[in-house]
Design a protein around this ligand. Structure first.
Ligand code: GUN
Ligand code: ZN
Length: 429
């Protein structure tokens, strides 16, 4: 038993519409077990734990670590690539960069940088694409294991419509994925996701192999892309004329389900919403990416059938590692569609909502005693402008909204993973 206690304002969600906020709160964690011990008003926690050594954080908001439900670690160096929409962006920028991950040393160096960047931005869990190279995923999990972060990652499966040097084949993609599952899924905090890149870059036989992997390995995740861009959708229709729609390609091969996350889903037909809803499959809303690549505006507020939507950066199509910046862009996408995304909904989505979407809410996403102690200490006054603007916020909603719209990595004072401090802005500077 080795308790740490952080004092500041504390916000977490017990459920979507049940925030718990302590204006002067304390979060108690145990660095031996890596779990949450207690959370509450400072006075009552101090009465309960009279021996506690407390670290005081002024003008700070303590909340669960952010969760990013769709991101590509090999695209660190693709971020901010000029001028293209999805298919040309993939061919001209992304594929050439991803070829470098055949080199495990490059993969390891990039994985380290990527994970440090996530933590610097307050994100403690991600659903992450590797490249087609199995060693890219080994490198990633090794780096994550060293930090003890809870990460989900997978080897990209792609066997057509990509350069030869980035293609696997049906048998090797299945064997390599299975070997990675055996090596990593459930090892410490690491989890595996079967990762067919998207319908365009897999043959029907490879999609069938992906379905078999999921059937053979219950509890393993599935991640892919869906209906991001109009040219992409037209190409999928050409490649799979016998399927009803884009989602039906994945459905046909058994890729839908509660552990499945489909990035984007910007241009879905009603029938696609229906099947996503019926199967408990999830969409990852990637606003900075959808704006940057000119893909479109996700209708978050307007679903013909209810589908779980998480929120994600999609770096390097996305333009920021910061979930605060991502929610700021999500707010603007909703504005363009005449819908208001509330500040509390934004905080819920980045934490417990995204944990639920990944079926990790039994482990993460809020400060229920016994959960894994991944949390972030946010500095409400990180810049002169933020300090000035926060000084005239009168309600929690106003405070959260300013933090979301103006905040980014500068707002992250500390990040803690499994009860240990893994990033401190003071020490980084
Ligand atoms: N569709 C297929 N691959 C990708 C990718 O790497 N990024 C995005 N944004 N969309 C994709
Ligand atoms: Zn993506």
């Amino acid at each position: 038993m080795n308790y740490q206690a952080q004092r500041g304002s504390v916000l977490h969600f017990l459920d979507q519409h049940s925030p718990e906020y302590f204006a002067d709160g304390i979060l108690v964690t145990d660095s031996d077990k890596g779990t949450v011990v207690a959370v509450g008003e400072a006075e009552s926690i101090l009465a309960q734990f009279p021996q506690l050594q407390v670290t005081e954080h002024s003008q700070a908001l303590i909340c669960p670590g952010f969760i990013d439900t769709h991101i590509h670690y090999p695209q660190v160096d693709v971020i901010a690539s000029y001028g293209e929409q999805l298919l040309d962006w993939l061919n001209n920028y992304t594929f050439p960069h991803e070829s470098k991950f055949a080199d495990e040393a490059h993969a390891s160096e990039t994985a380290d940088f990527f994970l440090r960047e996530l933590l610097k931005n307050g994100s403690t869990t991600g659903l992450v694409f590797g490249t087609v190279h199995p060693q890219s995923v080994d490198a990633f999990f090794r780096a994550s294991e060293a930090l003890n972060t809870r990460m989900i990652c997978g080897k990209v499966m792609m066997d057509r419509n990509a350069p030869d040097f980035l293609c696997d084949d049906v048998a090797s993609s299945k064997n390599d994925s299975q070997a990675l599952i055996d090596r990593w899924h459930g090892k410490g905090r690491q989890l595996y996701a079967v990762t067919p890149r998207f319908a365009i870059t897999s043959t029907p036989e490879q999609l069938a192999a992906a379905g078999e992997l999921l059937a053979d390995n219950p509890g393993v995740y599935m991640q892919t892309h869906l209906s991001e861009n109009l040219d992409e959708i037209a190409f999928v229709k050409e490649l799979f004329p016998q399927r009803k729609n884009y989602l039906d390609v994945y459905d046909h091969y058994g890729l839908l389900g509660e552990y499945s996350t489909f990035a984007h889903g910007v241009h879905l037909e009603d029938g696609e919403y229906q099947r996503l809803s019926e199967t408990g499959s999830k969409i990852a809303f990637c606003p900075t990416s959808n704006l940057f690549l000119g893909s479109g505006l996700l209708p978050l507020d307007d679903q013909p059938f209810p589908v779980g939507v998480s929120v994600a950066t999609d770096v390097g199509g996305g333009t920021s590692f910061s979930m605060l910046q991502t929610m700021s862009e999500a707010y603007k996408v909703c504005q363009l569609r005449g819908h208001r995304l509330s500040p509390q909904q934004a905080f819920y989505m980045m934490t417990l909502g995204n944990a639920k979407s990944l079926k990790l809410d039994d482990k993460l996403g809020n400060f229920t005693a016994g959960k894994e102690a991944d949390f972030v200490v946010l500095d409400l006054a990180a810049t002169e402008l933020m300090q000035r603007r926060q000084a005239i916020c009168n309600t929690l909603d106003e405070t959260l909204f300013c933090l979301t719209i103006l905040g980014d990595d500068r707002s992250v004072a500390e990040t803690w993973v499994a009860g240990k401090k893994v990033y401190s802005k003071d020490e980084a500077n």
